[in-house]
Design a protein around this ligand. Structure first.
Ligand SMILES: Cc1cc2nc3c(=O)[nH]c(=O)nc-3n(C[C@H](O)[C@H](O)[C@H](O)COP(=O)(O)OP(=O)(O)OC[C@H]3O[C@@H](n4cnc5c(N)ncnc54)[C@H](O)[C@@H]3O)c2cc1C
Length: 387
């Protein structure tokens, strides 16, 4: 039966005290982003620049909600939200630290050993460590629990064999958190999975081959493990509890403002393009999208507030990602409809045309990364009690 009680987005205005932080971040970005072209900025969380990440780390804006004891800053999820929102809206190149700050750090803080936390969290908070997510495999994307890559116990640790795919930044990351099979699981494929913290720079037997996307960039990879030997302390959390841990990781992955801000730069450039000669029909269409952006922001803030209070936002995060993807995938088409300028490839045409060209090529992937819309709708149906 449909259970609408669970469909609540508790209103969560950001405390006004956070406006000082917002102003500070904006002032920093106004200066720090001068060297980056509009098209580079339109890559938002795909933009990769270790130097920029270190600058954010030096300001205390990474690992913000991680424990102080291990090098984090123990600030609230809402303070982190402000920094993430501002950096994305401005198109800052956050890709180097993105995965580490968003999900690997929180997962290590929750499940890691004391030694793992001491070793890794300071580097995440300083913007010095890049992480990647080793979940998807050929034939195990949506059906994640069917992963076949396996880690077998050997004398001094674990021996890993198998293939991961679509692994963003694996060719340049320091670590991967991988979901691997440590046991057949018997009748349930959700059993027998474990997470591992894999040092990609110092482990033999791992090959990352970049896969090119529509823009020609090779940011994700196929990663092959051939008898890769991991030390015993590479196990992250509890053996056999990988499914529960990976699901918690996905909640971090699906809950942020990035799920509707991928095309925000295009929306603001579109407003600039039509500012002086917009027809009433154009204004109405742009106004409708701005209303979507404002509504999605409130919903996304509700998710951040729930996380801050330790409430599981799985259902709400899936709804924000579903609606957010529809919004951001619509914008490149709307921009072409409203302004008679063709999208162009990087390096030719105006800034606006290059941003439009880049986002037109990237947009189809928005509804795949982090779980497809069909899978999210299954989560929503389950959350509402109809599945
Ligand atoms: C830009 C980008 C970056 C990514 N980065 C990473 C990463 O860093 N690490 C990582 O592990 N993965 C990453 N992925 C992989 C991503 O998580 C998977 O592509 C996604 O989960 C879908 O899996 P799949 O590609 O195997 O498609 P499939 O699971 O084969 O799905 C194909 C189609 O079938 C539909 N479908 C599948 N099952 C069902 C069902 N039960 N009911 C209804 N419809 C269904 C899907 O919705 C989809 O439309 C990335 C993907 C992209 C596009």
């Amino acid at each position: 039966m449909l259970n609408l009680d669970s469909l609540r987005f508790p209103r969560h205005a950001l405390p006004s005290a956070l406006e000082d932080l917002r102003r500070e971040v904006r002032a920093f970005l106004a200066d720090a982003l001068v060297p980056y072209s509009a098209v580079v900025r339109s890559n938002t969380w795909d933009g990769f620049d270790p130097e920029f990440s270190r600058k954010l780390g030096a300001r205390g804006w990474l690992g913000m909600a991680l424990p102080k004891q291990y090098g984090g800053h123990e600030r609230s999820a809402l303070e982190r939200y402000v920094v993430v929102e501002e950096t994305l809206a401005a198109g800052a190149p956050v890709g180097f630290h993105w995965i580490a700050d968003r999900q690997s750090g929180p997962v290590i803080a929750r499940y890691g050993t004391d030694e793992q936390k001491r070793r890794i969290i300071p580097g995440i908070a300083n913007g010095e460590i890049c992480f990647c997510i080793g979940m998807s495999e050929p034939n195990s994307g949506s059906d994640l629990a069917s992963v076949r890559s396996r880690a077998e116990r050997v004398a001094d640790g674990w021996c890993v064999n198998g293939t991961k795919i679509w692994t963003t930044n694996a060719h340049r990351a320091d670590y991967m958190i991988a979901l691997l099979r440590t046991d057949s699981g018997g009748e349930s494929k959700h059993r027998g999975l474990s997470q591992f913290l894999i040092d990609l720079k110092h482990t033999k037997g791992i090959t990352a081959r970049p896969i090119r996307d529509l823009t020609g960039r090779g940011h994700f990879n196929e990663v092959v493990f051939q008898d890769a030997l991991l030390p015993a302390d590479a196990l992250l959390g509890t053996e056999g509890e990988g499914w529960k841990q990976a699901t918690a990781e996905l909640a971090f992955e699906r809950s942020g403002p990035e799920r509707y801000l991928s095309c925000f730069l295009l929306l603001s450039r579109l407003v600039d393009e039509v500012r002086d000669h917009a027809s009433p029909a154009t204004l109405a269409k742009i106004g409708a999208e701005v209303a979507w952006a404002a509504t999605l922001r409130n919903m996304s803030l509700a998710v951040a507030g729930m996380l801050n209070e330790g409430i599981d936002p799985g259902l709400q995060a899936a709804i924000v990602k579903d609606l957010g993807c529809q919004f951001e995938q619509r914008l490149p088409g709307l921009a072409q409809e409203l302004v008679a300028l063709e999208p162009t490839l990087a390096g030719s045409g105006s800034d606006y045309q290059q941003v439009l060209g880049n986002l037109t090529q990237l947009a189809p992937s928005f509804s795949l990364r982090g779980g497809t819309l069909e899978i999210l709708r299954g989560i929503i149906a389950r959350g509402l009690g109809v599945r």
